[in-house]
Design a protein. Structure first.
Length: 176
C-alpha cells in the first residue's frame, strides 16, 4: 500500500527485465503481482497461517554482544529453525562479516556465538559444517567452488570425510 501511495510510476520487473511501467492510478497490487510472476497469485498464497511454524524454544544460531575488529559493534541476533535471516547494508557495512563469523571464517573480538545452544569460541568452517551451518559466499565463482572440479565434486567436497577411508576416496560411497 505504501508503494502505491508514494510512487508516481511503478517499474515492474521479471527475470531482471522491466516488463511494464504502470502509473500509480492504473496499478493494483494484484495486477503487479501477475506481471511479476506471470500468472495469477491467489490472495491466500502468502498468508501467515500457511507458513510452517518455527521452534522458538530452540535457537539454532545466537550472537550476543559480538564485536568484529573495527567493523561491527555489539551485534545480537537469534535465528530459529524455519526463519530466514536477511542482512542488508552497503558495501563495508559489516553484513558479510557477520555471516562469515557465523560460518567460522572470522572470530569475534568480543561477545558470544552459540550454535544449537553450544557456545563456540574458535569456530572453523569445518566445525560449522559439522554443526549443520552452510555459507553461500557473495562471490560464488571465486570463493564458493574449486574451479578444476565439476559441479558434482564441488557439491560433495564438504562431505568428503564421509566418502574417504584412510585418505582414499571411496567413489562408490560418494556416488551413492
Amino acid at each position: 500500500d505504501e508503494v502505491m501511495e508514494l510512487s508516481d510510476r511503478i517499474y515492474v520487473m521479471k527475470d531482471g527485465q522491466v516488463v511494464d511501467v504502470v502509473s500509480r492510478g492504473a496499478a493494483t497490487p494484484e495486477a503487479i503481482q501477475h506481471k511479476m510472476v506471470g500468472r495469477h497469485v491467489d490472495k491466500e498464497y502468502y498468508r501467515e497461517q500457511r507458513q510452517k511454524p518455527y521452534n522458538a524454544t530452540k535457537p539454532l544460531v545466537e550472537l550476543s554482544g559480538v564485536d568484529l575488529a573495527g567493523r561491527v559493534h555489539n551485534i545480537s541476533l537469534t535465528l530459529h529453525a524455519g526463519e530466514v535471516l536477511c542482512l542488508v547494508g552497503t558495501e563495508g557495512s559489516g553484513r558479510e562479516a557477520i555471516l562469515r563469523t557465523i560460518y567460522g571464517m572470522r572470530t569475534p573480538t568480543r561477545g558470544t556465538l552459540k550454535i544449537k545452544g553450544e557456545t563456540v569460541s574458535r569456530l572453523t568452517a569445518r566445525g560449522a559444517v559439522e554443526r549443520g551451518v552452510g555459507y553461500v559466499p557473495r562471490e560464488r565463482k571465486i570463493e564458493g567452488i574449486v574451479a578444476g572440479m565439476n559441479v558434482y565434486e564441488n557439491m560433495t567436497l564438504s562431505q568428503m570425510p564421509h566418502y574417504a577411508r584412510m585418505g582414499w576416496l571411496d567413489v562408490a560411497d560418494e556416488r551413492a
